[in-house]
Design a protein around this ligand. Structure first.
Ligand code: PMP
Length: 414
């Protein structure tokens, strides 16, 4: 790249920050420094406006109405499905199922495909770095079906040990369910390779995309995953809505999930028939407003471009890593070969919760605790970490504020 191209490609972070109203508020009389993006990102004005515009202009229930408001709401809701299809490069719009988020998407697969296809002695593989949302549904299923849950280990750096995964695969493996990116360590897992190996063994693969959809280019056809679940709220979109992608032939072959309105063709006491995809899996009134506003979030992300988002965030990650490493007694948990902008750390003799509270007093929002990954914390022999996770609107100046906050906290607590 020439110098001019680099400059043109450079992000105007300060212009982007203007689009996020919340970033101008103070916390404890200090300007907010929001580093809890892996838990949920902040929302740009376009998303907030889309949400309020729906309620102010065309609030109506979707799909069944013939009046103007119902038609406008239906069109806007279905337009999000088209945007999601393009965003993850799904081949069919029917493959996009709206859910409440990643957790519901994974549970949907467990309760439908899982109940139909998992039997006694079958094996499901997850990894030790999974979020509880990608452990507990499979534990429930395994208990019910007398199946076995197997666990891929990670090394000290936080990389999955692929050779150990290969050893776990057998003709008893029916499913592999794996995080694309770890929320606690930031590790990017080699999902393409994991999927290839699973398919060779005759198993299907669920990818938990909760942390990857905002940072990485997602192409479900190229990845060849069987299912991909993610949430809008980690992607500059609203809470309470998300997506389960599934290959059409699998979704078609699966039994229904929740029963009720929207998911039926005809109901009688003798026999009920079910709607075609995607409505078969969308029982009841969905989260119309948030799903409509999700489209604005996808457009916001695409208008900046994932590569530019990544470049900016990687610059922040590498700056934060080198600054944190300067601090005596501080240890970074998770130094995988490929990472996104999540940095987890522990400090000698200090409890992560105390650090979190002292940083909050300085306006810095960090996440502390086990990050819904207790088995991973057990693997590292710790009860939790302090985690900073960066988004498109964060800056190096904010990292400096966090660093001086951490140094101050160490002085106060030791
Ligand atoms: N998986 C991962 C890797 C996550 O980070 C999260 C959210 N922290 C989830 C699953 C669950 O997502 P949600 O709470 O939006 O359903």
């Amino acid at each position: 790249m020439t110098e001019t191209q680099i400059l043109e490609n450079k992000l105007d972070v300060y212009a982007i920050r203007q689009q996020f109203p919340i970033l101008s508020r103070d916390v404890k009389d200090k300007p907010l420094v929001y580093f809890d993006n892996a838990a949920t990102s902040q929302k740009p004005r376009v998303v907030i406006d889309a949400l309020s515009n729906y309620y102010q202009q065309y609030n109506a229930n979707i799909h069944r109405g013939i009046h103007t408001l119902a038609e406008e709401a239906t069109m806007a809701f279905e337009a999000t499905r088209d945007s999601v299809q393009a965003f993850i490069n799904a081949s069919e719009r029917e493959e996009i199922i709206f859910t409440r988020g990643t957790t519901e998407g994974i549970n949907l697969v467990a309760y439908t495909w899982g109940r139909q296809n998992i039997g006694e002695g079958d094996e499901i593989i997850v990894s030790v770095m999974e979020h509880h949302s990608n452990i507990v549904p499979w534990q429930i299923l395994c208990k019910e079906k007398k199946a076995v849950l197997k666990v891929i280990p990670v090394n000290e750096e936080g990389d999955l040990i692929v050779e150990e995964y290969q050893k776990l695969l057998s003709d008893r493996t029916k499913l592999v369910s794996i995080a694309h990116v770890s929320n606690a360590l930031g590790t990017v897992n080699p999902v393409r390779r994991i999927i290839e190996l699973a398919h060779d063994a005759g198993a299907l693969v669920v990818v938990d995309g909760a942390q990857s959809a905002v940072h990485l280019d997602i192409d479900v056809q190229q990845m060849d995953c069987d299912f991909f679940a993610f949430s809008a709220h980690k992607l500059y979109g609203p809470t309470g809505t998300g997506v389960l992608y599934g290959k059409k032939r699998l979704l078609e072959s699966m039994p229904v999930f929740l029963g009720g309105g929207e998911m039926i063709k005809e109901v009688s006491f003798e026999k009920t028939t079910y709607a075609d995809l995607p409505y078969k899996f969308e029982a009841g009134t969905p989260n119309i407003a948030d799903t409509i506003a999700f489209k604005a979030a996808l457009e916001f992300t695409s208008s900046i471009g994932k590569q530019r988002i990544r470049d900016h965030e990687m610059e922040l990650l590498s700056y934060a890593t080198s600054r944190l490493t300067e601090i005596p007694g501080l240890k970074i948990i998770g130094q995988a070969k490929e990472k996104i902008s999540v940095i987890s750390f522990i400090i000698d003799k200090l409890h992560h919760q105390d650090i979190g509270i002292l940083l909050d007093n300085q306006g810095v929002a960090l996440r502390t605790g086990h990050h819904c990954t207790q088995p991973l914390m057990q693997r590292f022999g710790i009860s939790g970490t302090t985690r900073a996770s960066f988004a498109i609107y964060n800056t190096k100046d904010e990292i400096d504020i966090m660093i001086s906050g951490v140094k101050k906290a160490i002085k106060m607590l030791s």
